[in-house]
Each structure stands twice: as structure tokens, then as C-alpha cells.
Ligand binder design. Structure first.
Ligand SMILES: [Zn+2]
Length: 71
């Protein structure tokens, strides 16, 4: 794992938008993913927020695969 340049926007908190994309696995670019994960490790505030959307992400995920199931 590469060291993230400290003067990257590491000091900025992760936005809900980015957290959402992160949970959905939509952030695949290492240059975006690395600092984001670094921040989650370093910032308990964002780590806590990162847990919260898990529920609705679950719902979104279920919605995505719903096509396979009869309702
Ligand atoms: Zn933060």
C-alpha cells in the first residue's frame, strides 16, 4: 500500500456522496480509493458515518438484484 501524500485532501472529510459510492464499490480508482480509506482509518468521525449508510446501501443492493426475484 502506498503512502498517501499528506498534503493531499486528506484533511477534508469524506462527503456522503463519496461514502455512498465507496459502499457501492463505485470508487475503483486507486488515487481516489487510497486517500478515502486512509481517511476512514484516521478519522473516527467519518468511520462512524461510513457505518450508517450501510443499511440503505443494503436496500439499494437488494433493489439491484430484485430483478432476479418474483415479487
Ligand atoms: Zn473525516
Amino acid at each position: 500500500m502506498q503512502k498517501v501524500n499528506p498534503d493531499r485532501k486528506n484533511s477534508e472529510h469524506i462527503t456522503d456522496h463519496d461514502l455512498e459510492h465507496y459502499h457501492l464499490g463505485m470508487i475503483v480508482d486507486e488515487t481516489e480509493l487510497a486517500p478515502l480509506e486512509e481517511h476512514l482509518l484516521a478519522c473516527s468521525d467519518c468511520a462512524e458515518r461510513a457505518k450508517q449508510p450501510a443499511d440503505y446501501i443494503d436496500v439499494i443492493r437488494r433493489g439491484m438484484i430484485e430483478g432476479d426475484h418474483e415479487l
